[in-house]
Design a protein around this ligand. Structure first.
Ligand code: MG
Length: 367
């Protein structure tokens, strides 16, 4: 695979509505769009999904840019890889910085699938031609959350997630459950609790949640194993699982019954697919998490979600959930809670250059 040129676009777009968690509110989203171009002019696309500040993991747009420009892009440009599987090992001398790694690794997979003239999901061995979409409510007040959930249910979303914290959880979940008794409902805590809250968290069992995501500390796999034993509700790990090794630890300890796999958090397709395979063998279920992302990352999430193990609706919503206009064409559309997997080569979407230009802060090329 001869890579001639790599282009980074740093973009910024306002969300249609602010998105809140107990850690803060996202009003505007910055992102990094990566183009990897081969000697025939074919382009593979990736997206750096780090946020502007390190509230989710330690990476930010700024740290990702630094690692991409100074470390990963020079490594990739001087390498002579023959397959995208070689990119993740190529980056093994770099600790963590998984979102920066994934931005490039995913772009190389897209390019490779385009060189073969096949959809990426088929190259990955995916089997699902339609995937089920899930939406995340991120409103600060209970009434607003209920209104958001009504909108999602009207749009046919198959599973709804709400963000919770110790101050709001019980009242919020009770209100949503009363309004929607049959809804596939789950909660994401983004590490808002400690083991001292075990009795409090047990009270949430009554709401028949599909799972509670990342209740305890981001680096705490052991204490989640103690908590999972106490709860009827399934624990799902997100922030805690940044590598295949973390997944092995969590599975061995019984820390969770679900793992949310995010390409950015784990460093790309190679670790994500290995994690999917391991979970399948060990009876831990998986789904694909979202990052309030732009269309390139969304298209990669769709490709990943075609793998057999992703049998629970993922955090993949339509482009219009967050954006007035996305940077891809065609945009991702959810119909009756489902997304049709594209048949075009690679991730099956193109950059909308007009929109990209409107939202670009700057663009840099490397060769
Ligand atoms: Mg989460």
């Amino acid at each position: 695979m001869k890579i001639d040129k790599i282009i980074l676009h740093v973009i910024k777009m306002k969300l249609k509505k602010p998105f809140s968690t107990h850690l803060g509110t996202v009003n505007e989203r910055e992102g990094i769009i990566v183009e990897v171009i081969d000697d025939n002019g074919l382009r593979g696309y990736g997206e750096g999904v780090a946020f502007s500040t390190p509230w989710y993991t330690e990476e930010t747009v700024g740290t990702s840019l630094h690692i991409l420009k100074e470390v990963l892009i020079p490594l990739l440009l001087k390498s002579s890889i023959t397959h995208p599987k070689e990119v993740f090992p190529l980056f093994s001398t770099v600790r963590r910085n998984n979102m920066a790694k994934a931005a490039l690794e995913c772009a190389v997979w897209d390019l490779y699938a385009k060189q073969l003239g096949q959809p990426l999901w088929k190259v990955l061995g995916g089997t699902r031609e339609v995937i089920e979409a899930g939406a995340v409510a991120g409103a600060p007040a209970i009434e607003e959350t209920i209104a958001q959930v009504h909108g999602f249910v009207r749009d046919g979303y198959k599973r709804i997630k709400v963000k919770i914290s110790p101050e709001t959880d019980y009242e919020l979940l009770r209100a949503v459950r009363e309004e929607f008794p049959q809804l596939k409902l789950m909660a994401d805590a983004n590490s808002a609790y400690t083991l001292k809250d075990t009795a409090h968290l047990k009270r949430l069992d009554e709401f028949r949640l599909e799972m509670i995501e990342q209740p305890l500390g981001i680096d705490d796999i052991y204490e989640h194993s103690l908590l999972q034993k106490e709860l009827k509700t399934n624990v799902c790990l997100d922030e805690s699982i940044t590598s295949l090794h973390d997944a092995k630890s969590a599975i061995s300890l019984g820390s969770c019954r679900f793992i949310n796999i995010k390409l950015g958090r784990v460093g790309g397709y190679v670790p994500a697919v290995s994690m999917h395979d391991l979970c399948g063998q060990q009876g831990v279920r998986v789904w694909c998490g979202g990052m309030i992302e732009f269309g390139i990352s969304r298209a990669h999430n769709i490709a990943l979600s075609t793998l057999k193990g992703f049998d629970f609706p993922s955090d993949i919503s339509s482009s219009s959930r967050y954006w007035k206009e996305d940077i891809i064409e065609p945009e991702v559309v959810v119909e009756n809670g489902k997304i049709s997997v594209p048949e075009a080569p690679g991730i099956g979407v193109e950059l909308n250059r007009r929109r990209l230009k409107q939202v670009s802060l700057y663009t840099e090329e490397y060769s």
